[in-house]
Design a protein around this ligand. Sequence first.
Ligand SMILES: [Zn+2]
Length: 162
Amino acid sequence: MLYSGHLTVGFICFCILVTILFLFPLQQTVSFKDMPLWLIICLFGSLTPDLDHKHSKIHKWSYIGSIFSGCVIYVLTREVYQALIITILLLLIVFLLSKLKHRGITHHAPGFIIFTALLYIAFYLMDFTSPIIITMFGAIGYLSHLFADYISTSMKVRANRK
Ligand SMILES: [Zn+2]
């Protein structure tokens, strides 16, 4: 499936999760002003599994995204070494992921668990009021990718059998 298809499925999942949160608010206060961030994280999650494909859009964008993240960290903290180390780590992770087999670990449970854990830790460390809610949006985006890939692959297999 193309990245635009994954973004569409991710957006549909985002709308479903927002509706669920609106209808059944959790005990924890949910701040709907964070909605733009939820959307960005959900769409990011919906493309993340394809970081293992060096010609994917998310892979190409991630190099620029890593440098941009480093700049944002520097502007917020004024810690040049911290920003530099995080940037180098992100660039290294993106590079190493592109060396993996496409639709391998990133398209299965271990990739999902690692992504969800890292997302939670990052937002927890950044002191967000509801890191669990933001993580839920990343997780649903990620799952939407695995689901869409699974459906499109099984449709192709069925079409080939005919
Ligand atoms: Zn994929």
